[in-house]
Ligand binder design. Structure first.
Ligand code: GTP
Length: 323
């Protein structure tokens, strides 16, 4: 891909729900603690983020105070809702005004379908760290998801090309944020099928269980070998089942994203350069290393005959396919 593909991403939701915080953690290397000093966003804050060298996200962080919200739906309606690839709508699970929040979400989806019918909608129910395991709000999460899905289905009923809606529980204090954002970005990468095919080929060449590609700056998981990155284990390929991928931790990608990003910050503080890692234990060989200027690759082998040196050699031969 020689020319950059530009995709507009709207970040919306009530004031204080955590929009700027998540954007800052994912794209500006903030820690969750750093976000406490963020002020309220005034009107729309636009930023451009380049990923994988050729995908430019135009992020529209829309301040959530009531006066701004009304403007988006009236005088700025066509400017805000035209040419949108994805709407990320952030709810605060601790909000005491769910009905009002839902009503506002409805107004936004109506405007979105009017100007960008094909846009995908990601609903992130944020601040999940503030509700305990036995808090009734945990149960309400599932109900909230059902309600937003039903609303979207009703609004989109007459729109044959309407994009899908996905729901995620998130918190800036744990890896759940990476899972949600990885799912968004994954759908925006123009040549994702080709990347997946290369990863699958590389996996088979190694006899590995899994090859995963991470974006170098955000460390979001972009694609993996075999089945799609966020598919249900029931949809795994036969080969993935045979090689035990179904038994791997389901949260492994987002955990790696979070761990590597915070480790890299520690390295920066101590003046060290993070270049990846490799390890062997219990018949497992794992290598994580840069694949191109914009990506890192993770290879997991479950074959005790395959050592990390061999994986690294194969990766060095494969670099030109990912450059
Ligand atoms: P506006 O700019 O007014 O629209 O607000 P916003 O949605 O951008 O909210 P912002 O990111 O400024 O976050 C408001 C506060 O919520 C900050 O103090 C964050 O630290 C906090 N916050 C954001 N996300 C989370 C989360 O997942 N958990 C917890 N506990 N606090 C969060």
């Amino acid at each position: 891909m020689s020319t950059a593909s530009r995709r507009k991403v709207l970040l919306m939701g009530k004031s204080g729900s955590g929009k700027t915080s998540m954007r800052s953690v994912i794209f500006s290397n903030y820690t969750a603690k750093d976000t406490r000093r963020l002020g309220a966003t005034i009107d729309v804050e636009q930023s451009a983020v380049r990923l994988l060298g050729s995908l430019v996200l135009n992020l529209w962080d829309c301040g959530g105070q009531d006066s701004f919200l009304d403007n988006y739906l009236s005088s700025q309606r066509d400017t805000v809702f035209s040419n949108v690839a994805v709407l990320i709508y952030v709810f605060d699970i601790t909000s005491t005004e769910w009905e009002k929040d839902l009503h506002y979400f409805e107004d936004n989806v109506i405007a979105l379908r009017e100007y960008s019918p094909e846009a995908g909608v990601w609903v992130l129910i944020n601040k999940m760290d503030l509700v305990d395991k036995d808090d009734p709000k945990r149960v309400q999460y599932a109900e909230y998801c059902e309600q937003v899905r039903a609303l979207n289905a009703r609004i989109s009923a007459d729109e044959p090309v309407a994009g899908s809606l996905r729901c995620f529980p998130t918190s800036i204090w744990d890896e759940s944020l990476y899972k949600a954002w990885s799912s968004v970005i994954h759908t925006l990468i123009p040549n994702i099928d080709l990347i997946t095919a290369h990863l699958t080929y590389l996996r088979d060449l190694h006899g590995a269980a899994e090859c995963v590609l991470f974006e170098a700056e955000t460390f979001l998981a972009m694609a993996k070998s075999g089945s799609p990155i966020d598919c249900d284990p029931s949809e795994f390929e036969e080969l993935e089942v045979d090689r035990g991928v179904t038994r791997l931790d389901r949260q492994r990608f987002e955990k790696i994203s979070e761990i590597v990003k915070s480790f890299r910050k520690t390295c920066q503080r101590t003046g060290e350069l993070f270049t990846g890692f490799e390890t062997e234990f219990g018949g497992l060989s794992v290598v994580l290393e840069p694949m191109s200027k914009n990506t890192y690759i993770l290879v997991v082998s479950v074959d005790p005959r395959v050592h990390t040196g061999l994986i690294r050699y194969n990766l060095s031969e494969a670099h030109c396919h990912f450059a």
